[in-house]
Each structure stands twice: as structure tokens, then as C-alpha cells.
Ligand binder design. Sequence first.
Ligand SMILES: NC(=O)c1ccc[n+]([C@@H]2O[C@H](COP(=O)([O-])OP(=O)(O)OC[C@H]3O[C@@H](n4cnc5c(N)ncnc54)[C@H](O)[C@@H]3O)[C@@H](O)[C@H]2O)c1
Length: 276
Amino acid sequence: MSGFEGFRYDGKRVLVVGGATGMGAAVADLAQEAGAEVVVMDVADVSRAGATSVRVNLGEQASIDAAIEACGGSVDALFACAGVADGTPGIERINFIGHRYLISQLIDRGMLARGSAIGMISSAAGLGWESNFATLSALLDITDWDASVQWAHDNGMADYMHMKQAMCAYVAREAYPMLKLGIRINAICPGPTDTPLAQANKELWLEFGSDYRRDVGTAPSTPAEQAAPLVFLCSDAAGAINGQTIVSDQGYLSAGLTNAFPPAGPVAQFLYGRFG
Ligand SMILES: NC(=O)c1ccc[n+]([C@@H]2O[C@H](COP(=O)([O-])OP(=O)(O)OC[C@H]3O[C@@H](n4cnc5c(N)ncnc54)[C@H](O)[C@@H]3O)[C@@H](O)[C@H]2O)c1
């Protein structure tokens, strides 16, 4: 890799899981623009010129198996973007257990070769993973599908925040064993981003941090603004970055943690799990 080439995806095959709309679709746009061949998996219809689309329901193990068969070949970058909001049945599978199963299957089948990378979309809501790591580690130790689902329900963690925490813990913990296989794994933790999912949960998702955005003169992020760091993380240019959960929230939580913007203090303390 030399110079700016490392940011490009020429000759690479990219799999975007959850690429029908929102940030996943923006990732697919950018990857295509960067030269990649793109495969999009989603439970929804995908209409994307020049890409292969495969139906998957991350809530069902058999559907993931079938989607992997349909995808075939090898994958240089896997973007795990699909997600749903609290209140959706199967959220523990769709937001974490399904993604993890898909990744483990791709690795077991040799479809993620040395030099490949995984980029996940977690959330600012998952930042409390560090203080919860001992508990989350128990889930990470369970690889069986049904047992993982059972564990999430038994432990009152089959919800958005805990499954995003689990994703952050997974990224941090698996980075080392994956790198032994030549695979990097990172995630972004977006703040409010204007997507169909956020619009459907507008009061909660898009009001979050609106006082800060008014103060600094910004709007909720666009899907493209979140896709850019994620696509970078899976490019060769990010070769030194592994196991990171990068907060992409326009600086809202940092402003809260440092008291630079005091109204964000309590929520930053809560989300980071740092109660002093
Ligand atoms: N929008 C925000 O403010 C925000 C903030 C932080 C994190 N996130 C996360 O970003 C990710 C992308 O969400 P988005 O905001 O772009 O919304 P979105 O609804 O546009 O995208 C989510 C995608 O996941 C797909 N999907 C849903 N259920 C699925 C299933 N069972 N199997 C396969 N695919 C399924 C949807 O069809 C859709 O294409 C999600 O993981 C979400 O939790 C969003």
C-alpha cells in the first residue's frame, strides 16, 4: 500500500449487511465509488445498480446460513450495519447474535481471508460496555445460538443498549484472536443520524443531544457522514487500527464528560458508565 491508494477498494469484494437503507446504503454507495464490488444483504428489498443483493433475516440462523451460501466467494470487507430499535421482537438476534453468527460462519468457511476487515455499527448507546464487561463476557463465551438468545433474555439484556454494549465488547475482545487470522475488527458508535430508523423513533433518537447541536450550529449526522469513517476503518489505510469502538457523535459525549457542555454531563456519565 502506498499513498492515497490505501483508502480505495479497487479489486475488493465488500459485503454490506443491512445495506437497503440508512447508513448501510451509504456505506454501499461509498464502497462502490471507491472501486469495490458490492454485495448487499438485507431483510428488505434492495435496489442497487451494479450490486448483488441477497435476502437475509438476521433473526433466523437458517436464513443467515442460506444468505452466506448465496453470497459465496470471499469477502475483503464486511460491514455489519443492520439494526432495529427497542420493541422489535428478536432484537437480541438482529442487533448482535445474528451479526456475530454470520461473522463466525464467514471465518469458519475461510471467506474472510488474511487482510480482510470487519466494520460494525454499534451506537453511543453501547458505550457503557467497559463497566459491564464482566457480565457481557459471559455472553461472548457462549457461541451456541439458542443458548445466547436464552442468556440475553434470562439476564434482562435483550434490548438495544445491552446488545450494542455486547457488540462493543465483542469488537474489543475479538480483535486479538482475529488479527492472528489476519482480520481486523472495529466499530463506529454513531450519535443521532438522520435515517429511516431514526425518523421512526424521532422523539428519542433525533432529539438526543439537540441542545448541543443547536449550540454548535449542526444538524443530526447524515448517513454519508457515518459511512465515511466506517469505510475508512475497513480500508488498508486503517491497518494500524484494531479493536476500536470509535464514537462518531460530533463531540457531544466528550463535551459532557469534560463538562465543556454541562447539560451533556449526566448522559455522558450514564452512557460511559463512569459515575465517579
Ligand atoms: N440512526 C441513528 O441515529 C443511529 C445511531 C446509532 C446507531 N445506529 C445504528 O445504525 C445501524 C443502521 O441503522 P440506520 O439508522 O441506518 O437505520 P436503517 O433502518 O436505515 O438501516 C437498518 C437496516 O437494517 C435492516 N434490517 C432490519 N432488520 C433486519 C433483519 N432482521 N435482518 C437483516 N436486516 C435487517 C433494515 O432493512 C435496514 O436496511 C443500526 O445498527 C442502528 O442501531 C443508528
